[in-house]
Design a protein around this ligand. Structure first.
Ligand SMILES: [Zn+2]
Length: 418
């Protein structure tokens, strides 16, 4: 296979991705703001010490489990071990390529998740020590199983498509595959709230009452059509308070954690809903999905470039993308690629979150409730107030509480112009 075609298309996709990000990402969510984050201004030394102790206990296992997962994925993907595993698991079922892809994906996912499992169990005990997890080991294990099955299922779907396409079009699979996986990302994001979320939580409509009326009024005032507000039974796992928007078009929904509905004041719920309405108003899920689809298309083309690269070809134990034994290598590249791309996608996510914060302030015009609820959420969720730059780059999808508090001060200073 010639490498020039994929290289040219990859360069074009990366340029489109860069231009699209430059245009659609709100790089300055609060124009004119001069943020001066300072945790000590809003939190006592004891509060900061408790949060720091919690993260000091949690971080080593988070990093170790991330690294171990990558090491195991690479060990399977870059040696012939993975290729042998794929053949071995499919043999009892006749060893056809579809079984090799599906069972091979499942087997690799299980191994990659099982090896770091003791570390994840250690993280869970830390969460319990600090009163953040309400799970039993039974429900925790069930979540692990569900996570592996959902993850392996989604990966297998994409890989069956890619390998299937490569079997029909050996030379041009990467072009068709890029289009097909991008379409899968869009379809998956649309279907996620309908198919995947119910695997992990039960949802019910927010019952009629003052809170529901207030939320729907707020949405109407904001000009965002919301038919229903859902409550998730998050308290079966966690004590933390949260809300989110998922899906787009007819699958779009605003979901509140039951912990939030039970523990927060109506003003706090209104503020958090106003933040979620900000996401809905700007179609952030759809925009994120489209950027993700472009990114996945670029990843498939990059995969074609890598597969044609001699050192990879020698190691992989598979003939090419049309050979199901390529599955462990692809999964290893996806695992490494996800970590590498994480800092960039988290950066974009933090800007989008900051815009939703500004939206919630513009809508409620209640900076005091914003500041108070940010502090309360930080204390009850034990948020990392001043994360290490590495942790911030790798894990922070939202601005820190300290940044959000600095932002609300700037919003107050600038409010007369807004
Ligand atoms: Zn948000």
């Amino acid at each position: 296979m010639s490498r020039r075609g994929p290289l040219v298309v990859l360069a074009l996709l990366l340029i489109v991705l860069a231009v699209a990000s430059a245009v659609v990402v709100p790089w300055s969510p609060l124009p004119g703001a001069d943020l001066q984050p300072d945790a000590e201004r809003d939190f006592t030394a004891a509060q900061i010490a408790r949060e720091v102790a919690f993260h000091d206990a949690l971080r080593p296992t988070s990093y170790a489990s991330l690294v171990l997962g990558l090491v195991v994925a690479s060990a399977l993907g870059l040696t012939r071990l993975g290729a042998r595993l794929v053949q071995a698991v499919a043999r009892p079922l006749g060893g056809g390529w579809v079984w090799q892809v599906v069972l091979g994906t499942l087997a690799v996912t299980v191994v990659v998740r099982l090896v770091p499992l003791p570390l994840r169990a250690r993280s869970e005990t830390v969460l319990r020590e600090y009163g953040l997890s309400t799970q039993t080991w039974g429900s925790w294990s069930l979540d692990v199983v569900r996570g592996v099955l959902v993850d392996a299922g989604l990966s297998a779907l994409a890989l069956v498509a890619l390998v299937g396409i490569a079997r029909v079009a050996r030379r041009t699979w990467w072009a068709w595959g890029a289009g097909a996986t991008a379409a899968l990302v869009v379809a998956g994001s649309f279907a996620y709230p309908l198919v995947v979320e119910p695997v992990f939580n039960d949802f019910r409509s927010l019952p009629p009452g003052p809170l529901r009326t207030e939320v729907l009024d707020l949405a109407e005032r904001d000009g965002v059509p919301v038919d229903d507000v859902l409550v998730a039974d998050a308290s079966r796992r966690t004590t933390s308070l949260n809300a989110y928007v998922s899906g787009f078009g007819s699958s779009r929904r605003v979901v509140l954690y039951d912990t939030l509905v039970e523990q927060a004041t109506p003003e706090e719920v209104a503020l958090i809903v106003a933040h979620e309405l900000g996401h809905a108003d700007e179609d952030d899920v759809l925009v994120g999905t489209l950027l993700g689809a472009l990114g996945v298309a670029a990843a498939v083309v990059a995969l074609a470039v890598l597969l044609s690269w001699a050192p990879v070809r020698r190691r992989r134990g598979a003939d090419g993308m049309h050979d199901a034994r390529v599955v462990p290598l692809v999964l290893a590249l996806v695992a490494v690629g996800t970590v590498l791309v994480g800092p960039a996608s988290n950066l974009v996510s933090r800007r989008i979150e900051a815009r939703a914060d500004v939206h919630s302030l513009d809508l409620t015009r209640d900076p005091q409730v914003f500041a108070d609820s940010q502090k309360r959420l930080a204390l009850s969720n034990l948020s990392d107030l001043e994360p290490h730059p590495l942790a911030y780059a790798l894990f922070a999808t939202h601005p820190t509480t300290t940044q959000r508090l600095a932002m609300v001060r700037e919003w107050e200073r600038l409010r007369d112009d807004r």
